[in-house]
Write a protein that binds this ligand. Structure first.
Ligand code: GDD
Ligand code: MN
Length: 390
């Protein structure tokens, strides 16, 4: 759908000494489609992919935006080498960060095109399907076009092992259970949507791990109208896959976060899990001290202190890693944390006691309710006092 470059633009180009470019290449024609390609160590795949895009997208005003996390193999340099002679090619090089989803978000937010596509940089996705995706969106009756390996005409043969097949099928089942719309391939990393929609959803994205599509679909306030475009997932020829255990954990965290959304922030779950570990530490220390002959009261006091310090450390490392306390603020934080949790323990015991004495709550029910109130108190107060964001 490219319009010919205007006569003015051509005259300007001639006057400035720039070479006259064919309409598809003309930088005056802003792209209709940005293809965002997250990449890490994909040097050998850069030139072949760009050549294939040129062949597949003739007649469309497109650009490709590589988002490279400072790959040691020099992927970014290779992209820039090609970009120096091809205005359709752009490169974002990120330093000190890793992550497919966040790379996609940054690439897409750097686009001003009407549509953005996301595509792997390792030739496993079929670039010829981009045209069908674009056609589906241009009419406006769809919000999202997804390259699917699981509709008629699609195929997953390129997955590297039986293990990957099992993982992928299992992940799809789990993801589908949470999905507000029908998506046969929710784990696909190959899709296209209007940039304006992406911008609207971007602030709500978790943007962790690999599952950016799932993240988008789950973040939409209303179910998206999805067109599924079949494609064959190709085998990887050069380089290697980056999907690992961390990526899978992030996937689980993403689902948990979306399902519990607002209701129970991920942070609270982390805080509560740390608290659970703290109880184990407490019991272990208590047992050890008791065996050493110390009185119960003193043992209990010491065990409580050790558990609090342990919890503080773990929360500072994990739950609040984004605003980790260091130096003198670490000590101040620890003292505050001990004070907060001490009050939490008093509230916990007090409430459980009242419940047990004055209602017919059972021993466990009263204890449990006391503990829940204690955790919520500790979380709420330490989030605002100990690890407040400044
Ligand atoms: N910038 C950046 N940073 N890019 C990354 C990172 C990262 O940390 N990790 C991976 N990539 C890039 C890769 O270079 C590749 O272009 C693309 O993201 C996909 O990564 P692969 O490592 O090739 O993933 P895969 O082939 O195992 O997984 C693909 O299939 C899955 C479904 O089976 C991806 O398309 C997934 O999105 C998809 O869910
Ligand atoms: Mn791949």
């Amino acid at each position: 759908m490219s319009a010919p470059a205007s006569a003015d633009a051509q005259r300007d180009a001639a006057a400035s000494g720039r070479p006259e470019l064919s309409p598809e290449l003309s930088p005056e024609l802003s792209p209709e489609l940005s293809i965002v390609v997250p990449c890490y160590n994909e040097r050998a795949n850069v030139a072949p992919l760009i050549a294939r895009l040129h062949a597949a997208l003739a007649g469309i005003a497109w650009e490709v935006i590589y988002v490279d996390d400072n790959s040691p193999d020099g992927t970014a340099a290779e992209v820039r080498r090609i970009a120096s002679a091809d205005p359709r090619v752009r490169c974002i090089r990120r330093i000190g960060r890793r992550g497919l989803a966040s790379a996609v978000v940054e690439g897409a937010l750097s686009s001003s095109a009407r549509f953005v596509a996301v595509m792997d940089g390792d030739l496993q996705h079929d670039e010829t399907r981009l045209v069908a995706m674009l056609d589906a969106l241009r009419g406006g009756q769809y919000d999202l076009a997804v390259g699917s390996r699981h509709v008629a005409g699609g195929d997953n043969a390129g997955l590297s092992s039986r293990w990957r097949h099992i993982l992928s099928d299992g992940g799809i089942r789990i993801a589908q259970a949470f999905m507000p719309v029908k998506l046969s391939d929710p784990m696909s990393g190959f899709f296209m949507l209007p940039r304006a929609l992406f911008e609207e959803l971007a602030p709500r994205l978790t943007a962790q791990g690999f599952k950016i599509l799932l993240d988008l679909v789950l973040s939409a306030p209303a179910p998206l109208r999805v067109a599924e475009i079949p494609f064959r997932f190709q085998e990887r020829v050069a380089g290697e896959s980056k999907l690992d255990a961390l990526v899978l954990t992030q996937f689980a965290a993403l689902l948990l976060d979306k399902v519990l959304g607002g209701l129970l922030p991920l942070r609270f779950l982390s805080f509560a899990a740390v608290g659970g570990l703290g109880i184990l530490v407490h019991l272990a220390v208590l047992t050890a001290l008791h065996h050493s002959g110390l009185r119960f009261g003193a043992s209990q006091g010491l065990a409580t202190l050790v558990a609090m310090i342990f919890n503080f450390q773990l929360n500072n490392q994990i739950t609040y890693r984004g605003q980790r306390l260091k130096g003198p603020r670490l000590w101040r934080g620890l003292l505050l944390f001990i004070a907060v949790c001490g009050l939490g323990a008093i509230a916990n015991i007090g409430i459980a006691r009242v419940l047990y004495d004055q209602s017919d709550a059972s021993w466990t029910a009263a204890g449990l309710l006391g503990a829940v109130i204690g955790v919520v108190w500790n979380y709420a107060v330490s989030a605002t006092l100990v690890w407040r964001e400044r």
